[in-house]
Design a protein around this ligand. Structure first.
Ligand SMILES: [Zn+2]
Length: 426
């Protein structure tokens, strides 16, 4: 039976390439959210032909949603002949801007040397196409399968997913009993299973002072000097402490297998827009910085925040006239699906079968739409698994390998077989 399934996928190779190229030709650039509706309709029309019930759900009122740039999501469902679990394949249809340095047209869907080129080829239209082919082949070989299959094409992943997976999750599209298992075909490499991601805390810290003439700074109080005391304490205490926090999470690349913090921006005093004139001499009365802290399963978000505020509070008690405020901007809990969760063992079986090796289990350093499936949908049987090479995402001359897509479609089809038909289980 497996041979029949593999042959059904091999027979669809040209279809897979054409589908990937067609998807790339929709320039679904985010921001602003270009061409979402025609791309969603293309996916919906295709899945309708395969027998799916198709719905379009607009993320009304979500960031960036306007009549010019509607946040159009497509979600499709096919119910098998008898009851059973539901497997959902979720792909984002948005891509980042092309940028410079391309040697091919980023939105032509060029096919050459066994690859499909274009913005989104790897992240993640190749993964979306592979999942559609896997599902169509599975349905053709096993028309009597129990349970249900869903496929969604969602928007805005690259900008947080609020008009896409988050919006759908709030409406129940990513919760039991509707859905049991979720596979997100992000480009994590064809023989790796991504179990989740680290946590995120973004915050803005402001130090305050008082304005005075720059020739007599002793009459004022420099907010920038206060902030430099904060940064010095971060250098001396916080960064070394973060480096020491190793995790059991198998984060790739390995440099991210610990706590990290980026100082995202810093601004104090007058803006730069005095040019082409000259600045005025002022002591800065405000300095603001945005920090981007990535944290681990072993840490609680309260501890992560307290690490920073304890430094700020100590400065307040030690340093004359020091005062600060801190605002949370964004937070995401870390996430790691169990290695023995059903969706993990099902896809692992596919990887063993196709590549003759154990899968690598990895964790993403940054977040992706799994966060919404877990936090809003309360669905934890979720992974990312897809064909593209992670390092090619967002770069010029992005491509996806045709053999890689075919092989990972076979892995997905075996995953479906295990989850829906119980294949491989004793
Ligand atoms: Zn992506």
């Amino acid at each position: 039976m497996k041979e029949k399934l593999f042959r059904a996928i091999d027979d669809r190779r040209d279809d897979l390439v054409a589908l990937t190229a067609d998807l790339i030709r929709f320039p679904t650039i985010n921001p602003p959210g270009e061409a979402y509706t025609p791309c969603a309709e293309y996916i919906g029309d295709r899945l309708k032909k395969s027998g799916f019930g198709v719905e379009y759900v607009r993320g009304v009122g979500t960031p960036g949603d306007t009549d010019r740039y509607p946040r159009t999501n497509v979600t499709a469902r096919f119910d098998g002949r008898s009851p059973g679990p539901t497997v959902h394949f979720n792909s984002h249809i948005d891509v980042v801007e092309a940028g410079d340095g391309w040697t091919v047209d980023p939105f032509a869907g060029t096919v050459k040397d066994g690859r499909v080129y274009g913005r989104g080829a790897c992240d993640m239209k190749g993964g979306l196409a592979a999942s559609i082919i896997a599902v169509e082949a599975f349905m053709a070989v096993f028309p009597d399968f129990p349970g249900a299959i869903e496929i969604s094409g969602t928007v805005d992943e690259e900008s947080g997913g609020y008009g896409g997976v988050a919006y759908l999750a709030e409406k129940g599209y990513f919760s039991k009993p509707r859905v049991d298992h979720v596979i997100i075909p992000e480009p994590l490499n064809k023989d790796r299973i991504c179990l989740g991601h680290r946590g995120v805390w973004w915050a803005e810290i402001e130090t305050r002072g008082s304005i005075a003439h720059g020739s007599m700074p002793f009459l004022g109080d420099s907010a920038i000097r206060h902030m430099s005391a904060v940064l010095a304490a971060f250098e001396d205490e916080l960064f070394p402490a973060l480096d020491r926090k190793q995790t059991k999470m198998p984060v790739v690349p390995e440099g991210a297998r610990r706590s990290t913090m980026n100082i995202n921006s810093i601004h104090g005093g007058q803006t730069e827009d005095f040019r082409p004139g000259l600045p005025a001499p002022n002591v800065p009365d405000s300095c603001r910085t945005v920090i981007d802290r990535r944290f681990l399963l072993e840490e609680s978000i309260d501890d992560v925040k307290a690490e920073v505020t304890s430094i700020l509070d100590r400065l307040k008690s030690e340093r004359p006239k020091f005062d600060y405020s801190i605002n949370d901007l964004f937070e995401v809990q870390p996430n790691m699906t169990d290695r023995d969760a059903p969706v993990v063992t099902a896809v692992a079986e596919g990887i063993r079968e196709i590549f003759g090796k154990e899968p690598d289990y990895v964790i993403s350093p940054g977040t992706y739409d799994q966060k919404h499936v877990a936090r809003i949908g309360h669905l934890f049987d979720c992974i990312a698994y897809g064909p593209g090479i992670l390092d090619l995402a967002h770069r010029p001359d992005e491509w996806v390998g045709i053999d890689d897509m075919v092989e990972s479609a076979k892995v997905m089809a075996i995953g479906l077989d295990v989850l829906l038909r119980g294949a491989g289980r004793s």
